[in-house]
Design a binder for this molecule. Structure first.
Ligand code: MN
Length: 234
C-alpha cells in the first residue's frame, strides 16, 4: 500500500571499513552512570542507581557525522543553558530480551562517539517537577553520532579514554572504566525492560565536566579506538 504522506527516512550511521550504513531503530540513553557526574548534578551515586530515557530516532534528532566532517548543530530554541554530554554509544547488532550480563557482548555490533545534547534548564525544570525529560533531551539535533566501528575490529573498549574539548580546551576527561553500569550490565538491564532489536543504540552516560556552549563554539570528542566526533554550534 502507498503512504498518504512520505514516510520518515531511516537514519543510517556510517560504519568504518564499509560503504554500508547501520540503520538506527531506537535510541536509548542511560542517566547518571558516572559517579563524579552524579555528584556534579547534586545527587549521591551511592543512593540511587542509573536509569534509562530515550531520544527520538528520526533524521531531525539523530545527526550522523561522517569521519573527517564537522556537524552543524543549530542552537536549540527555548533554552539559555545548552549543554554537551560526551558519551560512548553502543550499537546493538543482535536483539534479545532478558540478556545475561555474560552473554551481552554477543549482542554488540559496535561503538561510536556521541553527544547527548541537553537543554539543561528545561531538563532540570522537568526533573524537579517529576515531569518527563523530552523537552530537555529529545529535541532536534540532540544526538550527533560519529562513525561506528565494529566490535570485531575494535574489541571491547573496556577502559577506553574519553576526552571532550570545547574550542581546544579539555572539559570532560574520563574512561569507560568509570561507568557505574558497564556496557554489558546496561544491555542486560535494558533488555529486561525492552526487547532489544538490531539497530538499537544506547548512549551509555556522561562523565563529569558537562557545561554550556554558545553559537560559534566547536566540540571535539575523542574516544580511544573510535573515529573522533566534531560539531560546531550555529
Ligand atoms: Mn547523557
Amino acid at each position: 500500500m502507498p503512504y498518504v504522506i512520505p514516510p520518515s527516512p531511516v537514519v543510517g550511521l556510517p560504519v568504518d571499513g564499509t560503504d554500508a550504513l547501520f540503520p538506527v531503530r531506537r535510541v536509548y540513553c542511560v542517566g547518571r552512570n558516572y559517579a563524579a557526574h552524579v555528584r556534579e548534578m547534586g545527587f549521591d551515586p551511592s543512593r540511587e542507581p542509573p536509569f534509562f530515557f530515550c531520544k527520538p530516532n528520526d533524521d531531525a534528532s539523530v545527526v550522523p557525522v561522517p569521519a573527517g566532517t564537522v556537524a552543524t548543530l543549530p542552537y536549540p530554541p527555548q533554552t539559555g543553558d545548552y549543554h554537551y554530554e560526551a558519551e560512548l554509544v553502543v550499537a546493538i547488532g543482535q536483539g534479545g530480551r532478558d540478556i545475561a550480563v555474560e552473554q551481552a557482548a554477543q549482542h554488540i555490533y559496535g561503538y561510536a562517539a556521541g553527544l547527548d545534547m541537553t537543554r539543561r534548564d528545561l531538563q532540570i525544570a522537568a526533573r524537579d517537577k517529576g515531569r518527563p525529560w523530552e523537552t530537555g533531551k529529545a529535541f532536534d539535533y540532540s544526538a550527533p553520532i560519529g562513525p561506528l566501528r565494529r566490535r570485531a575490529d575494535v574489541g571491547a573498549l573496556d577502559g577506553a579514554s574519553l576526552v571532550l574539548e570545547v574550542d581546544g580546551q579539555v572539559r570532560q576527561q574520563s574512561t569507560t572504566a568509570h561507568l557505574i553500569w558497564s556496557v554489558e550490565e546496561i544491555i542486560s538491564r535494558l533488555s529486561a525492560l525492552f526487547a532489544l532489536e538490531a539497530g538499537d543504540l544506547v548512549f551509555t552516560g556522561t562523565p563529569e565536566g558537562v557545561g554550556a556552549v554558545s553559537p560559534g563554539q566547536t566540540l571535539a570528542l575523542r574516544i580511544d579506538g573510535l573515529a573522533p566526533l566534531a560539531a560546531r554550534i550555529a
